[in-house]
Ligand binder design. Sequence first.
Ligand code: URA
Length: 229
Amino acid sequence: MRLDKYLAQSTGFSRKEVRRFMKAGDVVVNDQEVSDPSLHIDEEDEVYLSGFPVEAPGDKYLMLHKPLGCVCSNDDGTHPTVLSLIDLPRAEELAICGRLDVDTTGLVLITSDGKWAHKITSPKHKTGKRYLVTTADPIPADAVDKFARGLMLNNEKVRTKPAELTITGDYEAEVILTEGRYHQVKRMFAAIGNRVEALHRASIGNIELDETLEPGEFRFLTDEEINSI
Ligand code: URA
């Protein structure tokens, strides 16, 4: 497939916009800057736009470093949405895989592939989500056992699934959940008499938040990351 078609179909930019990127030196194929829109691209070619890998045309798979103050919904009257940070055409049609609260930061996966999104959000698939937590009060050692046995959350009838808690400091811990109930981490800490002061999602399954992404930035996932789910 021609390079301009490949880029346009993968990213949703028009061919005219794609050619502008090429002229500006933003397109690299197999480590070489390319300005020829007719260059033939094969499956094994590695295509980069503005430093980020571009998957072959098809579904889109992205990771975003969610900043504080924006919401994981498609529409919100008060706050900016995570999809407004994705400067790709038709970004508003993408699905957010597992939402974070407005005051939570970190890894958000975004895709056009509904089946893939389901594997992340459905508890049946047991995809672990790892959070870094800072609390208001010291975390007692017996919290590890309580999280592992499951907790009864306020207004719920079913105990939470076993969660892996690792205490990393007096007021700091990592927690891995395989389900995603409303405000789950905050409510689990509330259930043991503590309060979450800061919350950050570091990984989903084997996909780690890329530490080169500043809050508000996104990149396409690699094949390896996509296939790891
Ligand atoms: N648990 C929470 O309480 N908030 C989040 O944003 C994610 C998990």
